[in-house]
Design a protein around this ligand. Sequence first.
Ligand SMILES: Cc1cc2nc3c(=O)[nH]c(=O)nc-3n(C[C@H](O)[C@H](O)[C@H](O)COP(=O)(O)O)c2cc1C
Length: 171
Amino acid sequence: MAKRNIDPLACAGEITHALKKGVFLTTKNGEKVNTMAIGWGHIGRIWELPVFIAYVRECRYTRELLDTNPEFTVNVPVNGVDRRTLAICGGKSGRDTDKIAEAGLTLVEPEVISVPAIKEFPLTLECRVLYREPEDASRLPEDIRKKFYSIETESHIAYYGRIMAAYRIEE
Ligand SMILES: Cc1cc2nc3c(=O)[nH]c(=O)nc-3n(C[C@H](O)[C@H](O)[C@H](O)COP(=O)(O)O)c2cc1C
């Protein structure tokens, strides 16, 4: 399967726009590959490096995988995503389900890291975690805290992933 390298920061607008509808964050531990929908995230430059920051709630299975193998791919659909796929990847947990199989997704060998890309979501960032920072929800304005953090395990951890490779998967 062909890959065309891209400048990830030149695609920042496209990625940011896609986040509103849902992109995917894929992780791997041993042979287990899991993906989840994400809507929060940003791409930019920190420490003179291209970085993608993802916000993963502590209770997610993805969080467990990330803390075991701190690498992830960001998988951006370019023609939107169907509701069924979003319901599986953004509603079920990899603890109980093989979401890749259930959603019929095709894994693609990565270039640099250990976590695969996904053919159906072709714009790909391969990221290695440089830094993780748990949110301190008590420091947020009350309206936001009440809306997003009613129980403690709902806090997010921000994962700062250095973008090691970026490409579009082509047929
Ligand atoms: C559109 C959409 C965006 C989402 N964004 C996030 C997000 O940014 N962070 C997060 O922790 N969960 C987010 N979720 C929820 C997770 O995708 C969902 O809880 C998933 O089942 C977790 O899978 P896991 O347990 O296999 O990690 C989102 C769900 C949807 C449908």
